[in-house]
Design a protein around this ligand. Structure first.
Ligand SMILES: [Zn+2]
Length: 233
């Protein structure tokens, strides 16, 4: 899961929907949880759900916003989110917490933050193809989400072959990755090639650069960023 930095609040919002363009400008057209690139149907996602009375005051708060796709939004729904019990891409180094395989599965990396990473994966149902709250359309979209991951792997692997053969550049690969989405899959495919990974980090808007060292290995825990309950993974 791409670690992100949304930056300071751009303006005061009268409606939360009005924050979408600012979020897209800062973070790109990607779901903050599953990393898919979506030109439409990307929604302002409230980390702590506005429908729960205890979080109603967070409805228009920039620090409570991410961008979510229909699957991650629907799976998450109005479940209570206790900040101390999950990993969040704007606060933690979520890149260090998950591993992506070529079958489109998102695995949790073993370590001190394992149970928190598991909780976030469950919250957003990253590996699930069905869910009690999903209708047929959302289930189709979930299937698509997994098959898009597999396609991204294939595309990244082809780019790797081309790169090793000297047929393309790190910059061109990063541009292709940003057009495809699935930051973590591209980073995984180019593991051990910091020259390309640096370009990928730079090509996806809003990636938290402080989550990676000079050789693009994840820095974990993430350096403190002022958000509550940080410094876990
Ligand atoms: Zn998503």
């Amino acid at each position: 899961m791409r670690p992100i930095e949304r930056g300071s609040v751009p303006q005061v919002y009268a409606r939360y929907e009005d924050a979408k363009q600012d979020l897209v400008n800062r973070l790109g057209l990607y779901c903050s949880y599953c990393e898919r690139r979506i030109a439409t149907l990307l929604a302002v996602e409230h980390i702590q759900p506005k429908a729960l009375p205890q979080y109603a005051h967070l409805e228009l708060v920039w620090e409570n916003f991410l961008l979510g796709c229909v699957n991650c939004n629907s799976a998450k729904g109005d479940q209570d989110v206790i900040l101390a019990d999950v990993l969040l891409p704007d606060r933690d180094n979520t890149f260090a917490a998950y591993r992506y395989d070529s079958l489109g599965t998102v695995e949790v990396v073993t370590g001190p933050s394992e149970s928190l990473a598991e909780a976030t994966r469950e919250l957003t149902a990253l590996n699930r193809l069905t869910h009690s709250d999903w209708n047929d359309q959302v289930m189709f979209s979930a299937l698509e989400r997994v098959s898009q991951r597999v396609q991204a792997w294939e595309q990244a692997r082809e780019a790797l072959v081309d790169f090793q053969a000297g047929r393309t550049t790190a910059r061109a690969i990063a541009r292709e990755a940003a057009g495809c989405g699935f930051f973590s899959i591209w980073m995984a495919a180019f593991e051990g090639i910091p020259e390309v990974r640096r370009e990928i980090i730079a090509a996806f808007p809003g990636t938290a650069a402080d989550c990676f060292d000079a050789l693009t290995a994840p820095v974990s825990p993430r350096p403190p960023n002022g958000l509550p309950h940080s410094a876990k993974s």
